[in-house]
Design a protein around this ligand. Structure first.
Ligand code: 13P
Ligand code: 13P
Ligand code: MG
Ligand code: MG
Length: 371
C-alpha cells in the first residue's frame, strides 16, 4: 500500500501592493525562504508559493496529515515573516488576515484560509490548486457541483463506468456550524436546494462512493470555508477562498475539472466585499485585481505529485481557449458596474451586515418617522 500524502494549501492576505491589487514579489520571496528552510529540515516534502490578487498562497506537501500543528505553525511563521516585510514596505493592510497575535495550534479560526487533504498517492496523481480573490467560499459551489454532479459538464459521469455511481458531497451550513453528507446523483435536487444558497451552504469536501476505484474515505476535493467576519465579528477583509481538486482515473478528467470554470458566474465579494460580479478565470500573471478592485478572479495551478514532489506548476487558465470566458466576464463586469450602488450589484442588506454600511444607517436612524 502506497504511503499517504497530505497536500496543504494555506493562504492569507498579509498586505496588498498597491491597495488590494497584488502581492509584492518580496512577500513571495520571504515565504519561499521560510518554506525552503522547512524543506531542507525535512518538515515538508515540497512547496510552491504564489500570489493571486492580494493573497499570498502556500502550497505544501508532507506526511503529517491534515490539521498538523507543525505544518500550520510553519504557515503562520511564513505569514508573520512576510508581514514584517509588508510593514517595512508599508503595504496596504499589512497583516490584514492574521487576526491573532500568537499562533495557537491551528491556523483555522486565526484568519488564514485552508484547503488540505490526505490521500493515498495513485500511480499518477494529477491535482489542481484553485485560488480565488475578491470573493467568498460559496463561489466554489457552482463549479464544484458541475464538476462532480453535472453530466453536461463532466462526460465521465455518463461514459466512464468507474464514475457512474457518482460522488458524495459534504456540505457545511456555515451560519449554524452543522454539516450534512449527500449523494449525487440520487439527491441532486436536495443538494441544489442547499448549495444554490451559496452565502450559507458551502461544499466542503467531495468523496468517491463506496465500492469504486478509490477509497471512499479519502477526499478527492476540498474547499476552504473560513469566513473572516465570522471569526473577527466585523469586516476585516475577505474570505478569498482556495480549493484542491484531484483528477483522472475514476475522477473527472483534468479538462472536465477546468470546464467547471468556463462560465463566469456571479459571485459576491467584489469592491469592499460588498458587490456581486463575474468570476474571471485567469493566469497568474493576470491575477491582478485592478478594475473596481476586481472583477473576482480564479487561478488554477496544475501538478502531478510524485512521492510528494510537486511536479509543476502548469498555469492552467493561461490558455486562449479561455479568452471568450474572460471577454464575457469583462462585459458582465461593465454591465454590473452600471448599477452603481444599486442591488443586485451591491449585496443585499443581510450580507452587508458585516461591512461599514450599518454605521451609515445608524446615522440616519433618528431621521425616520412612523408612518
Ligand atoms: P482516465 O480514465 O485515465 O482519467 O482518462 C480519461 C481521460 O483523460 C479522457 O479525456
Ligand atoms: P481583499 O479581501 O482581497 O483584501 O479585498 C478587500 C476589498 O474589499 C477590496 O475592495
Ligand atoms: Mg487585501
Ligand atoms: Mg484578497
Amino acid at each position: 500500500m502506497a504511503e499517504k500524502i497530505t497536500v496543504s494549501l494555506i493562504k492569507a492576505d498579509v498586505g496588498g501592493w498597491p491597495g488590494h491589487a497584488t502581492v509584492h514579489p518580496d512577500l513571495i520571496k520571504s515565504a519561499e525562504e521560510t518554506l525552503k528552510r522547512a524543506k531542507d529540515e525535512g518538515k515538508i516534502i515540497d512547496f510552491h508559493v504564489t500570489g493571486v490578487g492580494d493573497d499570498l498562497q502556500l502550497i505544501m506537501t508532507h506526511r503529517k496529515g491534515v490539521d498538523s500543528e507543525e505544518i500550520h505553525a510553519l504557515a503562520w511563521d511564513a505569514f508573520k515573516k512576510a508581514t514584517d516585510v509588508a510593514k517595512k514596505l508599508k503595504l496596504y493592510g499589512a497583516g490584514q488576515d492574521l487576526l491573532a497575535d500568537a499562533f495557537s495550534g491551528n491556523v483555522r479560526g486565526m484568519g488564514p484560509g485552508v484547503a488540505e487533504m490526505e490521500f493515498t498517492e495513485r500511480k499518477a496523481e494529477p491535482i489542481v490548486a484553485f485560488m480565488m480573490d475578491k470573493t467568498e467560499p460559496g463561489a466554489f459551489n457552482l463549479p464544484i457541483f458541475k464538476i462532480f454532479a453535472d453530466p453536461f459538464n463532466t462526460a465521465g459521469l455518463v461514459i466512464d463506468p468507474s464514475m457512474h455511481a457518482g460522488f458524495r458531497f459534504e456540505i457545511w451550513d456555515i451560519k449554524e456550524h452543522k454539516r450534512v453528507f449527500m449523494g449525487a446523483p440520487e439527491e441532486l435536487y436536495s443538494i441544489l436546494t442547499l448549495v444554490g444558497a451559496k452565502s450559507r451552504y458551502v461544499i466542503k469536501r467531495i468523496y468517491p462512493k463506496e465500492g469504486g476505484k478509490l477509497p471512499a474515505d479519502e477526499p478527492v476535493a476540498v474547499i476552504s470555508t473560513e469566513k473572516l467576519y465570522q471569526i473577527a465579528g466585523e469586516y476585516v477583509g475577505k474570505d478569498d477562498p482556495v480549493a484542491l481538486v484531484r483528477a483522472q482515473s475514476g475522477l473527472p478528467a483534468l479538462g472536465e475539472v477546468l470546464e467547471g470554470f468556463s462560465f463566469p458566474h456571479l459571485v459576491s465579494g467584489w469592491m469592499r466585499g460588498s458587490h456581486n460580479g463575474p468570476l474571471m478565470p485567469v493566469s497568474v500573471k493576470d491575477a491582478h485585481c485592478t478594475r473596481f478592485d476586481g472583477p473576482p478572479r480564479v487561478v488554477a495551478l496544475g501538478f502531478q505529485i510524485a512521492n510528494g514532489r510537486l511536479v509543476g506548476p502548469v498555469d492552467l487558465f493561461d490558455d486562449p481557449a479561455f479568452d471568450p470566458m474572460r471577454q464575457q466576464a469583462a462585459e458582465i463586469a461593465t454591465y454590473m458596474r452600471r448599477h452603481g450602488p444599486f442591488e443586485p450589484h451591491r449585496l443585499p442588506l443581510e450580507e452587508m451586515e458585516y461591512t461599514t454600511l450599518p454605521k451609515v444607517l445608524k446615522g440616519l436612524k433618528d431621521r425616520f418617522e412612523e408612518l
